[in-house]
Write a protein of this length. Structure first.
Length: 254
């Protein structure tokens, strides 16, 4: 007997889907039977990413721009004939982030606009689509970070602040939309092998130091984060809302 796929028949949009955790999540969702719209600001990478997934569709969007987000979500909703999963994942972690006394206001604004306002706008229009959906299980998942709950990233003041804001937004939205039957949760990756951490992986000494701070002794992979995303998005997690699901090798627990 063939077991049912975890997300069979579901319809998902994922921001920041051209690479890293977003792309791995799109791949996993597609493998689990979902139709997937990949949203990203990088035109060619997101098109290539979508082309590699059966039934994947690409939409170019700057999540900082309200009109672009509204239009992209509307196009994805039409292309998929509805949306019942929204993954607000797009974020930046720029090298010119810094501690407060050295942090340029332009960098601060770029990070907050992308990582926090971008999640808000994705949620705003994604939730409108979820409210229009008649699916039995509808869910919004925000990618959060340990830096939003502890000062574990010195010199990344803008990034850490943006992720703290996403946690607060996620929790209040869970309360806002529970009566509508929409679940809102966070998935919290720890140190993960993504483009944002390329400089650490290129330096053996830095990589060894970071790995030593992880109880499991290594970085996570985007595919491992995507596996948790798929479960949280599935009806197996239908009683979970307002929760943060951690996949960090034990970093925040010990």
């Amino acid at each position: 007997m063939t077991s049912k796929l975890l997300l069979e028949g579901r319809k998902a949009i994922i921001t920041g889907a051209a690479n890293g955790i977003g792309f791995a999540t799109a791949v996993r969702f597609g493998a689990e039977g979902a139709a997937v719209a990949l949203l990203d600001c990088e035109p060619e990478p997101v098109r290539r990413a979508a082309a590699s997934i059966s039934g994947g569709q690409a939409f170019v969007v700057d999540v900082r721009d309200e009109c672009e987000v509204e239009a992209a979500v509307a196009k994805a909703e039409q292309a998929l004939s509805g949306i019942d999963i929204v993954i607000a994942n797009a974020a930046i972690e720029p090298p010119d982030d810094d501690r407060a006394d050295r942090l340029a206001i332009a960098v601060w604004r770029r990070v907050i606009d992308t990582n926090l306002t971008g999640v808000f706008l994705t949620a705003k229009f994604g939730l409108k689509a979820l409210l229009r959906s008649s699916a039995a299980d509808r869910v919004l998942i925000c990618t959060v970070s340990p830096t939003g709950i502890r000062g574990s990233a010195p010199g990344q003041d803008a990034y850490s602040t943006s992720k703290a804001g996403v946690l607060g937004l996620m929790r209040v939205m869970a309360n806002d939309y529970a009566a509508d039957g929409i679940r809102v949760n966070g998935v919290m990756p720890g140190f993960t092998d993504t483009r944002a951490n390329a400089a650490i992986f290129a330096d053996p000494a830095k990589l060894a130091a970071v790995n030593a701070s992880v109880p499991l002794g290594r970085a996570g992979t985007p595919a491992e984060v995507a596996a948790l995303m798929a479960w949280v998005a599935s009806s197996e997690a239908r009683y979970a809302t307002g929760a943060v699901f951690v996949v960090d090798g034990g970093m925040t627990a010990i």
